[in-house]
Design a protein around this ligand. Structure first.
Ligand code: FAD
Length: 501
């Protein structure tokens, strides 16, 4: 009798059932468990719950008779119902909690992780002998490029430079409301989505679960075919413009040239290799410029892999890091995604995107939502939980480094060399959000003072002792001494805390 193989809800592509590495064989039965406890524990965005359930059920439909699909209260109960005490295999799950669960179950044999480019042992070799200060993304990324021969010409990076970020930081084209880029692929819902929506309605009605956000037509791929179509469309029609405007934000064009592939990658519908190989092939065929191909490869082979490895490397305590001692609670307007209550146009625009789609690109996450949380001194654990619940691509492994480390600097600089936050001037340069806003980016005080400008200086002032010793922050910190209105600004910031911006 073949050993059954268990698929978690983020292991949905063919590479999770492909033979090899002591894993499932061609004929191995498959077990999938839809555990309701996951949705009861936390208030997720409804579009996220919809996407995950839809994707699991689509996979089950594809596997047909081969799969035993169990709806249960918990994973433990579901597994018992599916296989009793019989042995099952599973690829390494992506969260510490799930890893602890499968390790504690005597009948589960855990196989290597799939869905990432770098195996754990290889990362171990890279880490060996490096201090924390040397675990930088840029070095890791170059190592991955060399190791996988990605965008390489012999021993040299294609085009002679490793890093083309300099070409990829353009502000949005002046006067344009949208980028002149073909629209992204959007899927069409089917009967499985109808069934998911009916289930979610019923659970909500019966008071079993509560959600946040709107569950409009599903925007992200739920099966392999849709995910492949999305990837192909991105590589063929949209990658060319990816690079230059990667960091720019347009209010009326939330997606710009971003790939929208994060949820498909994180559900396991796409393998990272096919994404980066496709981007390299498009460049080699002369279809896209190098800065776009490199920028995209960097996101996946650099950032995504780095974040995945750091999640395991930093250990469980990382979750509770709070180097800046930030303890304020998240306000209701933020928790409820109440964009209408917010005056600051950047926050209200981005919050509405999250409410309506469960997605925004990386700059709104980092420099609007995350930066405001940091300036307001919100508890980083609560901020992490919020991002995890509200984003369609949010999972424990990807949230912890991105929010605790990158966005909230709660690890005191283990992951990044400086806190990511800014005043209104940066937002005004890189977005078109400030123009009609009721606040002015260059006002530090007074009725029209931009909350980001006042918040930025107040943040530097509050953490002056720590930041003045950071070579990348010393200059801005010394800028505090040149502010003639610092006292007034700080008074105003204190008044602002607790008010809806
Ligand atoms: P693109 O801009 O097209 O980038 C291509 C791909 O690169 C993405 O699909 C993603 O798979 C990968 N990628 C890029 N940056 C990162 C990163 N920092 N970490 C992991 N993968 C990366 N990404 C998530 O997948 N899930 C999250 O929960 C998540 N939370 C974030 C929270 C904060 C505060 C910040 C600053 C970033 C977060 N990111 C997260 C990273 C990034 O913002 C998203 O991956 C990206 O915006 C998804 O949109 P896209 O697919 O169009 O990405």
């Amino acid at each position: 009798v073949e050993t059954p193989h268990w698929l978690f809800g983020d292991q949905l592509g063919p590479h999770f059932t492909a033979p090899g590495g002591g894993g499932p064989r061609k004929a191995s039965p498959v077990v999938m468990i839809e555990a309701r406890s996951v949705f009861r524990r936390r208030r997720f965005h409804r579009a996220k719950a919809h996407l995950v359930l839809s994707a699991m059920r689509h996979r089950a439909a594809e596997l047909g008779e081969r799969v035993r699909y169990v709806r249960a209260r918990t994973y433990r109960e579901g597994l018992r119902e599916a296989v009793g005490d019989a042995e099952v295999t599973v690829h390494r799950p992506t969260s510490r909690a799930a890893m602890a669960l499968v390790s504690a179950l005597p009948n589960v044999r855990v196989l290597d992780a799939r869905g990432f480019l770098v195996p754990r042992e290889e990362f171990g070799q890279w880490v060996a002998g490096r201090s924390d200060a040397q675990l930088r993304q840029e070095d890791f990324y170059r190592w991955v490029r060399r190791r996988h021969g990605l965008l390489m010409e012999g021993d040299e990076p294609a085009g002679g430079r490793w890093n083309l970020d300099h070409d990829n930081r353009l502000p949005p084209p002046s006067g344009a409301e949208r980028l002149d880029t073909p629209a992204p692929y959007r899927p069409r819902e089917d009967a499985i989505d109808d069934e998911v929506r009916a289930d979610l309605d019923r659970w909500e009605r019966e008071g079993e679960v509560e959600f946040v956000g709107r569950d409009g037509p599903r925007l992200f791929p739920a099966d392999r075919r849709e995910a492949r179509t999305a990837l192909r469309r991105f590589l063929t029609h949209r990658l060319a413009d990816f690079g230059a405007y990667e960091d720019a934000v347009l209010a009326a064009d939330p997606v710009m040239s971003h790939s929208l592939l994060s949820s498909s990658l994180n559900l396991g519908l796409l393998d990272p290799w096919e994404c980066v190989a496709g981007a390299e092939a498009a460049w080699r065929a002369g279809e896209v410029p190098l800065n776009s191909a490199e920028g995209f490869v960097r996101q996946i082979a650099g950032w995504r892999e780095y974040v995945w490895q750091l999640y395991w490397h930093f250990g469980e305590e990382y979750r509770d890091r709070n180097a800046l001692h930030h303890t304020a609670e998240l306000p209701d307007w933020f928790l409820e995604l109440d964009a209408e209550a917010v005056t600051a146009r950047c926050l209200s625009t981005v919050l509405a995107q999250v409410r309506d789609t469960g997605w925004t690109h990386h700059i709104p996450r980092l420099m609007v939502l995350g930066s405001h949380a940091l300036q307001s001194g919100w508890d980083p654990r609560a901020v992490t939980d919020w991002f995890h619940r509200c984003f369609v691509d949010g999972y424990d492994w990807v949230m912890l480094p991105n929010v605790v480390g990158m966005s909230q600097y709660a690890d005191g600089g283990r992951m990044t060399t400086k806190p990511y936050t800014s005043g209104g001037a940066y937002l005004n340069r890189m977005t078109d959000l400030c123009g009609p806003c009721a606040y002015r980016p260059d006002h530090r005080t007074g009725g029209r003072a931009c909350p980001f400008t006042a918040g930025y200086w107040a943040f530097l002032h509050r953490h002056r002792e720590r930041l003045v010793h950071n070579p990348r922050m010393a200059r801005p910190v010394h800028g505090l001494d040149r502010l003639s209105d610092l006292d007034e600004l700080l008074r105003e910031h204190r008044r602002n805390v607790g008010r809806t911006p």
